[in-house]
Design a protein around this ligand. Structure first.
Ligand code: NAP
Length: 303
């Protein structure tokens, strides 16, 4: 069966028009009427993308629960929020999301809050690209626990709270690596595929319960995780979050909000093997450089 070529062409053109509309013309109305006293919970809120979600959501009218391991950095974020929006409240929860006990701690602290938004953002990758068997046990466990195991537990906690009010929004951070994988960051990419599929599934599972879901799947963003500077292809966290929040409420569940990242995604879908070999090549180069740097450091310590 070859199908009707006219029909196929029409579908393709319609898809492009829809894509362009959401990318460039859609304006989110989701934040038009934020109820006073509503809270947004952001994990990984001390830095990078999470910090920006915390700041920009506070500007949209939410009080913010900040979660990460580093209290001092969250205090700084809280100060920034209050300087910009003096009437906002913040709650700082120091918690290590690689540890199971942190979930109970978070649950008890947010018990009385009216939570409308949960940004399940905290994530970990290996420090630099490595072959899978080279990852030490701690790194393997941290990636699994932060990006998947406790990610799931926090999702359950928030869904149960949101079900009571039949209202809520859950945002997750996938990655472009979730789509085809990322050689030499394989475990990280695997967990991000999980995040993407899990979020997509829940979006339909909870369709009638008033809880909305979006999963973002960007390429590189200029944060501590990538150690990259902002450029045309690598947006700042601030720009990424601004474009991401402008897509909330669109019917698309998984979203690549930065136009150049979406172009890279489409390219990777057409030329999967080329794309994967290219990523593997860069990964090997970065691995070699990082190992050489480490060896030099070890040597200088011995001398
Ligand atoms: N940057 C990118 O290019 C990119 C691309 C695609 C997807 N993402 C995803 O976006 C999310 C945020 O990444 P990012 O670039 O903003 O990273 P980042 O700048 O390294 O920030 C990571 C945040 O997570 C927190 N965190 C790390 N380990 C934690 C732990 N064990 N317990 C609690 N909090 C922890 C960190 O705070 P503390 O150190 O204070 O705990 C920090 O606030 C991640 O899920 C990442 O996979 C990033």
């Amino acid at each position: 069966m070859t199908g009707d070529p006219y029909k196929k062409k029409t579908i393709r053109i319609s898809t492009i028009i829809i894509e362009v509309y959401y990318m460039f013309f859609f304006k989110s109305k989701f934040f038009a009427k934020v109820k006073k006293g509503s809270w947004a919970v952001v994990t990984g809120a001390s830095d990078g993308i999470g910090k920006e979600f915390a700041i920009q959501l506070s500007q949209k009218g939410y009080n913010i629960v900040l979660i990460s391991r580093t209290t001092e950095k969250m205090e700084e974020v809280s100060k920034t929020i209050k300087e910009k929006e003096p009437s906002r409240e913040t709650l700082i929860i120091s918690a290590d999301l690689s540890e199971k006990e942190s979930i109970e701690k978070i649950a008890s602290k947010i018990n009385d809050l009216e939570i409308e938004i949960f940004v399940n953002n905290a994530g970990q990758s290996n420090e630099f690209p490595l072959l899978f068997h080279e990852l030490d046990e701690k790194t393997r466990k941290n990636i699994m626990n932060i990006n998947a195991v406790n990610f799931v537990e926090l999702t359950k906690l928030m869904i149960e709270k949101m079900m009571e009010k039949k209202n809520g929004l859950i945002l997750t951070m996938g990655s472009l690596s979730a789509i085809h994988g990322a050689p030499l960051l394989g475990l990280y990419a695997g967990t991000k595929s999980f995040v993407l599929n899990f979020t997509n599934s829940l979006a339909y599972e909870y369709k009638d319960s008033g809880i909305k879901f979006h999963c973002f799947k960007p390429s590189f963003i200029a944060t501590n995780m990538t150690k990259m500077r902002a450029s045309f292809t690598v947006p700042s966290a601030q720009k990424f979050v601004r474009t991401a929040l402008n897509r909330i409420g669109s019917p698309q569940i998984d979203i690549n909000p930065v136009p150049i990242h979406r172009v890279i995604e489409i390219f990777s879908n057409f030329f999967v093997h080329f794309f994967m070999n290219y990523v593997a090549q860069i990964g090997r180069k970065l691995r070699r450089r990082a190992i050489e740097k480490q060896q030099l450091l070890d040597k200088s310590k011995q001398d």
